[in-house]
Design a protein around this ligand. Structure first.
Ligand code: NAD
Ligand code: GLY
Length: 351
């Protein structure tokens, strides 16, 4: 098993191995030593994996209960959160109990946020079942729901007590959802590791998915440990996200997160080249995205995207930190006045 320790304000392990869900009860019990488990999952994952997890938790003496919400980003809102919190209260969960987030990034973000605010905070465990959740969202303690005004606008920092990544679950992902994870894994490569990027661009990494996930988690862990509250280095993880979040919002979330981030990464790389701050790598980024079944062109105008982006939480006073690549394997924060964002987006979108 690949085990990656995360040294955040709460220290925990990310365990990566095929077949972990069947052992989830026993592994969770070693870390969360008492209490009942409230499993939160979506309708798709419920049908595939909840039975295995519920049985394992019951065998380990965790007396599990379960709350299921409709799959999809449209559920990541205050109404679903309210349903989860009422469920916890109806079952009289106490601070001695804990939440198990079984699913992708939507489940992890929302169940994690419920854990952060129910009774002012109870422990939770992440069981990521998408490639995206495995490489990114299950680690680092960012939890949230979306508001009408934008993504992740209501949330908290709340670290999980354990992350169990059963790589066997990735076998049931449809290709589009698998590709979303590839976008975040390519992001990790562009940020910090040219060899990870090279492995991903060849598209031959699927047989070695455990090590790709492990490397992405290590890269994320370094940034989270350096800047847990996201005031500096951690913002690098937003590569492609300023435009990506805006595109998701304009599309009314018909664009998935990873696809939107892919478009944003391509555009910001092109803009960085045109600004003269980046080695020529736009063509290589686009080829790697295409090889991973991801889009490279954003269908919206720079004006629409800038308007949507600037109501996003990343706006801070009159300045915004964009993330620009310098080369594959190295990126930097590029603070700009909000009035500059549309021009920089336009540079990235022009032919
Ligand atoms: P998701 O959770 O909606 O999962 C995508 C789809 O895959 C859903 O329909 C789900 O039911 C289905 N699914 C999940 N596991 C499956 C499996 N093993 N087999 C078959 N189908 C399965 O979306 P996602 O792409 O996992 O995550 C996107 C979310 O993560 C966004 O809301 C994004 O904002 C968030 N995110 C958070 C962070 C963070 O640091 N907290 C980082 C990146 C993204
Ligand atoms: N996914 C961005 C972060 O965790 O900071």
């Amino acid at each position: 098993m690949n085990i990656i320790p995360i040294n955040a304000s709460l220290k925990y392990d990310v365990m990566i191995e095929s077949g972990l869900l069947a052992r989830s009860g026993e592994l969770i019990r070693k870390v969360v030593k008492k209490g009942r488990a409230a499993v939160i999952t979506d309708s798709t994952v419920d049908a595939l994996y909840a039975e295995t997890v519920m049985a394992s938790l019951a065998d380990a003496g965790c007396d599990p209960m379960k709350y299921v919400f409709p799959a999809g980003e449209a559920s990541k809102n205050i109404m679903t959160l309210s349903g989860i919190l009422e469920h916890l209260a109806e079952h009289r969960l106490t601070r001695a109990d804990f939440i198990v987030a079984l699913g992708g990034g939507v489940t992890g973000d929302m169940a994690g946020f419920a854990a952060s605010c129910y009774l002012r905070g109870i422990p939770f465990v992440q069981l990521p079942t998408t490639f995206l959740a495995a490489v990114d969202s299950s680690v680092g303690g960012k939890t949230a729901v979306d508001l009408h005004a934008g993504k992740n606008l209501c949330g908290a920092f709340h670290q999980p007590s354990l992350v169990l990544c059963d790589t066997k679950t990735l076998d049931t992902l449809i290709p589009e959802i698998f590709a979303d994870g590839a976008a975040e894994a390519l992001k990790a490569g562009i940020l910090r590791d040219e060899s990870l990027f090279a492995k991903m661009e060849q598209g031959s990494y699927k047989a070695d998915i455990d090590s790709v996930i492990g490397r992405c988690v290590e890269i994320k862990a370094q940034l989270v440990e350096e800047d847990e509250r996201d005031t500096g280095a951690r913002q690098l993880l937003n590569l492609g996200h300023t435009m990506g979040h805006a595109a998701e919002k304009i599309s009314d979330f018909s664009l998935t997160h990873g696809h939107a981030v892919a478009m944003g990464m391509a555009a910001i790389t092109r803009a960085a080249e045109k600004l003269g701050v980046c080695e020529p790598c736009y063509e290589r980024v686009c080829a790697a995205l295409t090889a991973n079944d991801l889009p490279t062109r954003c269908p919206y105008s720079a004006e629409e995207l800038a308007n949507a982006a600037l109501s996003d939480k990343k706006r801070s006073g009159g300045r915004i930190n964009l993330v620009l690549p310098k080369k594959i394997g190295e990126c930097f924060l590029y603070p700009v006045d909000v009035t500059e964002v549309e021009r920089i987006f336009a540079l990235g979108l022009e032919e």
